[in-house]
Design a binder for this molecule. Structure first.
Ligand SMILES: [Zn+2]
Length: 103
């Protein structure tokens, strides 16, 4: 996937562990997600198939939206409800590394 930023920089998403890509989750889905995580790891009596089913439920929840930061101007592009990209522009037009790993 390639996103042409409004500053003309090209945001390239063709590999894993990108420092300018992340995933966004709404507060309304946050607790459902963690409830399923708890179910998956806190119930040792479940069968292997039941654990696999729970993992599958997590995957199909589809609660995360993609988010990319332009490493030139700091614009943020977020997946919209209809898979269109929505642009958010920071007041300071610089790359803030908001999606980079916190060390
Ligand atoms: Zn840009």
């Amino acid at each position: 996937m390639k996103i042409k930023c409004s500053c003309n920089n090209l945001i390239i998403d063709q590999t894993d562990y990108l420092t300018n890509k992340g995933y966004l989750i709404s507060d309304t889905q946050w607790f459902d997600f963690w409830d399923l995580i708890d179910q998956a790891i806190e119930n040792p009596k479940k069968t292997k198939k039941e654990r696999a089913d729970t993992c599958w439920e997590l995957r199909i929840l589809n609660v995360f939206k993609g988010i990319w930061e332009c490493n030139h101007c700091g614009n943020l592009y977020i997946d919209g409800k209809d898979k269109e990209l929505i642009l958010y522009t920071p007041d300071l037009k610089k790359y803030h590394r908001v999606l980079d790993k916190i060390e």
